[in-house]
Design a protein around this ligand. Sequence first.
Ligand SMILES: [Zn+2]
Length: 123
Amino acid sequence: MPLDPAVARRLKRDPDGLVCAVVQQHDTRDVLMVGWMDDEALHRTLTSGRVTFWSRSRQEYWRKGDTSGHAQLVHAVALDCDGDALVVTVDQVGAACHTGDRTCFDAGALPVTAVAVAGEGDR
Ligand SMILES: [Zn+2]
């Protein structure tokens, strides 16, 4: 059983047939990580209760948590306005990042040298 054609028609895939999937914790709204999905990975994510990605480095399906135990339990999946990105809302078991950090973004803050306040961004 492949991906629902009504869903497949709405996807705007990159040249490798992938869409970007942003994974977010359902209650804290923390952004946990980013991965990639093809039609089959999305189908598995929508129908199995567990998040599955396509691994670009290993060229294989990767169900989050199968080796680490750090599964992602699906709450909801939304497609963005132009069909090329997903937000997958989950309950994350343990750490989302392979480094052991809760999210992939915990250790990567970059220096922001100017911070705009509300209203100034339009100028
Ligand atoms: Zn990571």
